[in-house]
Design a protein around this ligand. Structure first.
Ligand SMILES: [Zn+2]
Length: 280
């Protein structure tokens, strides 16, 4: 078994929306930080999970209907609030990265791809192809902006095959209720299929030198809301690919969290900001 070292949660731009969309009782505007995860594996090297925002977002959302996405969740992206600026601040040289693993294809998770050098992009290829084949309005509905993952980068893609995700009979909620994939076969990084939020939405069980962490990405926008078993307001349910599936995933995650002492960390959750401010 290997352990991931130097795990860092880093903000890479943010967008704004009313906090009530996440299931809390507040109609104030809130910042939804696009968090990326950095880690080092003893043999596979330095990786990022997701890319957050990059200035490419503005070019890719210039035309209709993709511009509507910009209006729905207006982002703040500048030299400081973007992947390149955030990596620089964290002392991470993008040229030293050995790869990036994508959790799903929403803009706040892939819009920094253009600011990364030519490095392997580990991605679930089937959902990506499904999204690329859709009509523009359908792509918008799924929160997919094709210009953010141009075909020129396809040569860098390391495909994550759907067949590698397996559910097995076991006593633990994680492997019996979710389809999982021990990515490097050493239990350091387990990919967990967390359906409902977006096509190919993946969470990550990180086995780190400071214990296990479950990065559930966008399976919840607020972990507190998930743990309280509260449903999202109707308007926000429509932003999920399949709300019934999303809700089922949340209930299983709550069960998993109740049975195990593993912290759930969500990308846009306000609680994650404490980890961003005080890295281990
Ligand atoms: Zn998302």
């Amino acid at each position: 078994m290997s352990l991931l070292r130097n795990v860092k949660f880093i903000n890479a731009g943010y967008c704004s929306q009313v906090a009530a969309w996440t299931g809390i009782s507040s109609w104030k505007w809130a910042k939804f930080h696009a968090v990326v995860v950095y880690f080092e594996h003893p043999t596979h090297g330095a990786f990022l999970i997701d890319t957050g925002y990059g200035e490419e977002f503005y070019g890719a959302t210039k035309k209709f209907p993709y511009r509507i996405y910009r209006w729905l969740v207006p982002p703040t992206i500048d030299t400081e609030h973007c992947l390149a600026g955030s990596l620089k601040k964290a002392g991470i040289d993008p040229k030293q990265l050995d790869g990036v693993i994508l959790s799903h294809f929403h803009p706040d998770h892939i819009a920094g791809l253009a600011s990364l050098p030519k490095i392997p992009i580990h991605a679930r290829i089937q959902p990506l192809e499904q999204l690329r084949k859709m009509r523009p309005m359908q792509q918008l509905h799924h929160g997919f902006i094709p210009g953010l993952f141009p075909s020129e980068r396809d040569g860098d893609v390391v495909p994550i095959d759907e067949d590698r995700f397996r559910q097995c009979e076991s006593k633990t909620t994680l492997t019996s209720q979710f389809s999982t994939f021990d990515y490097w076969g050493d239990e350091s990084l387990t990919l967990v299929d967390l359906p409902g939020h977006a096509l190919g939405h993946t969470g990550f069980l990180l086995n780190t030198e400071h214990g296990r962490k479950f990065y559930i990405v966008d399976a919840a926008w607020n972990v507190e809301v998930l743990l309280q078993g509260k449903q999202l307001p109707r308007i926000a349910r429509r932003l999920q690919t399949g709300y019934d599936q999303y809700w089922k995933t949340q209930q299983l995650l709550k069960q998993f969290s109740d049975e195990n002492s593993i912290e759930l960390i969500a990308c846009h959750c306000p609680r994650t900001q404490a980890t961003v401010r005080s890295p281990e």
